[in-house]
Design a protein around this ligand. Structure first.
Ligand SMILES: C[S@@+](CC[C@H](N)C(=O)[O-])C[C@H]1O[C@@H](n2cnc3c(N)ncnc32)[C@H](O)[C@@H]1O
Length: 278
């Protein structure tokens, strides 16, 4: 029997196990919203107790609808720009390349050093695919990507910015807009309501990492810089309730009722596509 791979990750880095688990579990659904056998292979190879997540059905679906939406946006980008560049910030163990690569695009997959070390157990660099061990908040990766790609660029940052301070998110957006003209940026955002109640989150309550960035209205970021334009923004509420049978009973029945009497619930969490310039 092959020895399992130990997981030694920092507090925020450890959260990469949640979407990995979600994509792996999704393989067992009769009608998966996302098909990702690589995630299942990775999950089985890790020496980690995923059982506390067993009941996190809403997170499983949430991570997968989010991932599937970003996949659709990346596919649309690659259909328009087959030799474009995809940058994944905070890639974790995501296998988006395996799901959507077109055989011609250039990919950069960035995460913090311990996350990339673990990632290297399962993925390899190739002439079109480069893993970068760096913080998204630094500038080295920007210089590297600029020096090794021509664009246009698509930046995906899924489940990552919510762990940054508000000023850091804004600075990252500005820097990305300066360095990658006309890039598209896919990311998720939550409202202060979710931030306040984060310890009730079905998956995150098992992790130490804390959400730190929230926006009252997902479109608020358009006001940060005249170059920013929200191209698409999808509410998780609507994305989740498109699959009511997949939700635990209390979500299925109580959610629509609460959403009707308390509309901010419908705006609690979004996955967004922002154009950073012309
Ligand atoms: C919830 S996980 C999401 C992983 C991946 N995007 C996915 O959907 O499977 C958050 C990821 O953000 C990464 N991260 C957090 N802070 C970061 C930073 N400053 N620079 C780069 N990555 C960071 C973590 O290491 C982790 O992999």
């Amino acid at each position: 029997m092959t020895a399992k791979i130990p997981v030694k990750l920092g507090t925020v880095q450890e959260t990469l196990l949640v979407p990995l688990w979600a994509r792996a579990r999704e393989c067992d659904e009769p009608r998966p919203v996302l098909h990702d056998p690589k995630s299942r292979e990775i999950l089985h190879a890790l020496d980690y107790d995923f059982s506390p997540l067993d009941a996190a059905r809403a997170s499983q679906l949430g991570c997968c609808v989010r991932g599937a939406q970003v996949d659709r946006w990346v596919r649309a980008f690659l259909a328009e720009h087959p030799e474009g560049t995809v940058i994944e910030l905070g890639v974790g163990l995501n296998s988006r390349f395996e799901r959507v690569d077109n055989g011609r695009a250039r990919w950069f997959e960035l995460d913090l050093p311990d996350a990339i070390e673990l990632r290297r157990e399962f993925f390899e660099d190739t002439p079109r695919r480069t893993m970068l061990s760096a913080s998204a908040l630094g500038e080295d990766w920007i210089e590297h990507v600029r020096a090794h790609s021509q664009g246009p660029w698509f930046i995906a940052s899924e489940g990552v910015l919510v762990y940054f301070e508000p000023g850091q998110v804004r600075e990252l957006f500005e820097r990305a807009a300066d360095a990658f003209p006309a890039a598209r940026l896919a990311y998720d955002s939550m409202s202060p309501l979710v931030l306040r109640h984060q310890r009730r989150h079905d998956a995150m309550r098992h992790f130490e990492a804390q959400f730190t960035w929230a926006v009252g209205d997902a479109r608020e970021v358009e006001g940060w810089d005249p170059r920013f334009r929200m191209v698409d923004s999808r509410s998780f509420y609507h994305m989740l309730y498109a699959h009511p049978r997949r939700l635990p009973a209390y979500y299925r029945y109580l959610g629509p009722l609460l959403g009707a009497v308390y509309p901010p619930l419908k705006r609690a969490y979004h996955v967004n596509l922002l154009q950073l310039g012309q």
